[in-house]
Design a protein around this ligand. Sequence first.
Ligand SMILES: *Cc1c(COP(=O)(O)O)cnc(C)c1O
Length: 234
Amino acid sequence: MSQSVLKENYDLVLNKVKRACERAGRDEKDVTLIAVSKTKPVEMLQEVYDYGCRDFGENKVQEIMDKYDKLPNDIRWHMIGHLQTNKVKYIVDKVYMIHSVDSIKLAKEISKEAVKKNVTVKILLEVNVAQEETKFGMMSDEVKEFYNEVIDLPGLKVCGLMTIAPYVEDSEENRQYFVKLRQLMVDMTEEKNDNKDVGELSMGMTGDYEVAIEEGATYVRVGTGIFGERNYFI
Ligand SMILES: *Cc1c(COP(=O)(O)O)cnc(C)c1O
């Protein structure tokens, strides 16, 4: 992909984010575009960094570790993929946020390793709102109990919820799931609403991020829309 195409893509996505915010009457600053760079070479990440992007999303621990040392240290790395407990220790002090926390065991491991390294990790709870069998994430009715169980763990800060909506041709079909995730966050915090950091909604990908923004997304995760198709299946 030539340099200008990457710039064109990035600008186009930024523009669509901006327009979706306008439509929804939201402040642009409340929505962060995460460039999902999995499988892409560091040269491409550096280029998007040079255009101003500071938030990058990866779904593999090894890939974060490989890229981490080769790129500027003011990048905010977002772990968006399924995370195995035995790999938490490698990234707990490297990532800005872990979007994919879906088990108590994982939350406890993050807590343990964060305390060991003297850091606080921001986490999101991953919810399978569409109840797809192939997806990770807790079920909607488990969210509140899960939240109450992990909220006081040391070394981590529960910031909100994340979902991966189904792959659909028409993004409108996913609006219901984005509405649902936002409602789940309201329900989750109704008792313990002293935690003011809870307010993040990570939802929306290349096919549906505009709808997600209209429904309250604070993080959108866009891969293909910026970097083009991924070359191999992961
Ligand atoms: C790959 C991935 C994305 C980006 O997907 P695109 O459709 O390429 O934008 C977003 N979120 C998660 C969790 C992913 O694994």
